[in-house]
Design a protein. Structure first.
Length: 165
């Protein structure tokens, strides 16, 4: 139980807030007025999708307007476009295929090792001795591949849904 709790806690602390913002849990936090959009990249230079900079105006009067980055935008918006967003960790997010893929893959890649370790520990406790871990290792590898595949399918479905509707 401790391993599962630790895995769930890490999945919430690291990518959980962004994932909740991307999939739309809770009300819209505010509106971003777009200044410019560009192809974003991570620290190693790999493309991360479209990012936009703009001026964020919160819906409630809980803070002043400020400049913000809209990560993994659904499209390249024209300057002056207004986009409803949810915020997490100082960045703005909206529903997009790229954002769903990135956050779901990260959550899956964090949870699979903890779930596999918990299953192995449960097998050890049930038998009363250390169980052979070969099958659990290969199950973890398969789970990682499935997590990335499921995230890709979810991202593609969201992108198609946004394009159609």
């Amino acid at each position: 139980m401790v391993v599962l709790a630790l895995g769930g806690w890490l999945a919430w602390v690291l990518p959980g807030a962004q994932f909740a913002a991307v999939v739309g849990f809770g009300p819209v936090d505010g509106v971003v007025t777009i200044h410019r959009c560009y192809e974003g990249s991570d620290e190693e230079g790999y493309a991360t999708g479209t990012e936009c900079t703009g001026r964020y105006a919160p819906r409630r009067s809980d803070g002043p307007a400020r400049d913000i980055v809209l990560e993994a935008a659904a499209e390249k918006y024209r300057p002056g476009s207004r986009v409803e967003v949810r915020t997490a960790k100082g960045r703005a997010y909206e529903l997009s295929g790229t954002a769903v893929f990135q956050s779901a893959a990260l959550v899956g890649l964090l949870l699979v090792p903890f779930l596999t370790l918990a299953a192995w520990l449960f097998a050890c406790a049930r038998r009363g001795k250390v169980a052979n871990g070969d099958g659990y290792f290969f199950a973890a590898l398969a789970g990682l591949v499935l997590a990335i595949g499921a995230a890709a399918v979810a991202g593609i479905l969201v992108a198609i849904g946004l394009a159609v509707f």
